[in-house]
Structures are given as C-alpha cells and as structure tokens.
Design a protein around this ligand. Structure first.
Ligand code: AHM
Ligand code: MG
Length: 337
C-alpha cells in the first residue's frame, strides 16, 4: 500500500534542529540549551496540572525580592529551571525574577557562551484560582563568546534587540510554547500523552489592528491625563462601529499578550503616579514578549521608545509596556506624544 502524504509531524526538538540549519555558524550548543529548557517546562507543566491535587497551593513563608509573596509553584518553577540549566556547559550566568543577584553556574560545571533571563511563573496571583500562568524566557550571547568564565552583569544587561531567542510558555486550557530565534514566531502545543511539544502554528503574524484592549483599569485615577484621554477615546462609540473597544484582562501578562498575538489589539501596563515605571520587569517580562510580538509584525514601546532598544541598567528594572498590533500601538502613540 502506498504511504499517504500527511503534514509533517514536527516536534520541538526536530524544529530546533531544522532551525539550526538556518545558522551555518551554529555549533549545536543552542539546540542543547533549548532541549534542556523544554525539559524543565515539561516538569513545570506536570506540577501545574497536579497543583489542585497536591498540597502545593498557598504561600511559602518567603517573599521575593520585590516584597511580593512567593507561592510554592513559583519556587518550584524557579528551582526546576535553574537545575535543568546549570550543568550543560552552555550558559555562563542566569538572572530571574525570584533571585536578587545574578544566578551563577555552580563552580563544578563548565561555563558557556549564553545567558538566560527568565520569569519562572508569571501571573502568580492567579495560581490559587486556576487561571492561566506562564513562563517567560530570553537567551543572549555573552559579550565575549570565547570566554569560559562566569558571566558578568554586563553580559546580562543587554538590550532586547540583542536577544538570540526569546519566548514564553502559556499554561492555559492547553500548554503552548511560543518562541522566536529572529526568524518568525512558531507555536507548539503540548501533547501530554506523549510528552512532546508539536508544531501547530508556523510563522505567526499578529493582526494589523483589532478593537480589543487590555489594561488594569482600576488604576485609572493614577494615570496621566494623556493616557486617560486615550482610554476614554477607545471606549467612546464611533459611527463606523470600530469603537468602543472591548476590554479583556487576565492579569497574567503572558496570557494577555498571547491573546493579543493571536487576535490583535493592545496590552498595556503604564506607569502611574505611584509607580512611574509601572510593574513589569524589562529584562525577563517586557523584552522577551516584545521580541516575539515584533517578530510577528507588531510593536512594543514604553511610551517613548521601542522596548527592544532600551539599554538596561539593572536586572530588575521596571518599564511601562504598551504592546500589540501595529496600528493599535500607533494610535496610542498619537495620544501620548
Ligand atoms: P508576577 O510576575 O509577580 O506574576 O507579576 C506580573 C503580573 C503580570 O503577569 C500581569 O500583567 C500583572 O502582574 C498584573 O498586575 P496587576 O494585578 O497590577 O494588574
Ligand atoms: Mg511575572
């Protein structure tokens, strides 16, 4: 019997290998890195899916360096990623939301040429209510790739434009892994029965515009007048029926940005009177998300400049974030300028 022609069954490992062929200079190290990273993600996914069944819900006695309560799943995700990535010889340093300083590679393991920044579990206030969580990540090449010493602060503090790969994992009704190495954005869906991420959407393009917005509007009274005027505008009905926009807000940045990637529209976390730089962290939240959205044809700004061009000055710095469809972000910018 003749074999049927079926669409290619592409696992994430196969895709990573095929992408490597696009980079003639690639040594394969990066392929190993992503392989180990997806292993950590599989363990986190398993833990999240069991969260309601085990005693893992609730606060640890600790709070993280931002004074926020760290929940047990955050701690688990943080440790699993660190332990899956600390020994493969490809990283020289890591930085993440849950750790005050840089996370060094243990002395006994070799150091490599890549830097990992990550938010192990984004949307932690949603853990106890079974609402979508995420993991955000970005990889940089260290400034001098020939060094085999510990990575430095300078190696970490690179603008988002320099990311060699970035993406996020969304633990929603299914688990999806979305990432880009600078050649478009691809989406993989997790099949728990075989433990594999399978390519389900290739080269995703964000819609040019949509009448959906996403922001925590409870802070309206603290916003500056220009931003308030924009929000008033998009809520005012227009004769062409394009307005009012609809509001969607999950409170997990990964989920809100993922919806914007697929449906279009805009997600915003502005600065306000009490927090001029907003809440989201540049290095491991705004940058990777902006990298993906820009690769899909969208835009991300802090209100003044492109997020990816900001030169970071500290690992945990915050930034206002306005991200989404090109025409939505441009419309907002007319109000802010
Ligand atoms: P987290 O990393 O501690 O979970 O905080 C970041 C989250 C984002 O996912 C989300 O966009 C934002 O906090 C929601 O904040 P707010 O509750 O102020 O709307
Ligand atoms: Mg976060």
């Amino acid at each position: 019997m003749e074999a049927q022609t079926t669409p290619k069954l592409i696992t994430i490992d196969r895709h990573i290998n095929e992408e490597q062929d696009l980079h003639p200079e690639a040594t394969g190290e990066f392929t190993f890195l992503l392989h180990d990273f997806t292993f950590a993600i599989r363990l986190i996914e398993r833990e999240i899916r069991r969260a309601g069944l085990t005693d893992i819900l609730g606060l640890t006695e600790n709070t993280n360096i931002h004074g926020e309560a760290v929940r047990k799943l955050d701690q688990f995700a943080f440790e699993v990623i660190y332990r899956a990535m600390d020994h493969n010889g490809n990283l020289c340093v890591m930085a993440c939301e849950e750790s005050q300083g840089l996370m060094k590679i243990p002395e006994k393991y070799p150091k490599g040429k890549y830097v990992l920044v990550f938010d192990p579990l984004d949307g932690s206030s949603n853990i106890d209510v079974n609402i979508t969580l995420g993991t955000i990540f970005g990889f940089y090449k260290r400034l001098d790739p020939d060094l085999r010493t510990d990575g430095s602060l300078e190696d970490v503090l690179q603008p988002g434009r320099k990311l060699v790969a970035a993406g996020y994992v969304l633990f929603g009704s299914s688990t999806v892994f979305v990432y880009s190495t600078g050649h478009g954005v691809n989406l993989f869906t997790y099949d728990p029965t075989v433990g594999e991420f399978l390519l389900t959407k290739r080269n995703i393009k964000i819609p040019e515009w949509n009448n959906q917005y996403s922001v925590n509007e409870g802070y309206y009274h603290k916003w500056d007048e220009k931003f308030q005027k924009y929000i008033d505008f998009i809520k005012t009905p227009s004769t062409d029926k394009k307005r009012p926009y609809s509001l969607r807000y999950v409170g997990t940045a990964v989920a809100d940005v993922h919806r914007v990637l697929i449906y279009g529209g805009i997600f915003m976390y502005p600065g306000d009177k009490s927090n001029p730089n907003g809440k989201l962290r540049l290095m491991y939240e705004a940058n990777p998300l902006s990298f993906v959205i820009e690769q899909a044809g969208g835009l991300a700004t802090d209100g003044k400049m492109n997020i990816l061009d900001i030169v970071p000055t500290s690992v945990h710095q915050r930034t206002p974030l306005f991200i989404g469809s090109k025409r939505n972000v441009e419309e907002l910018m007319e109000f802010l300028s």
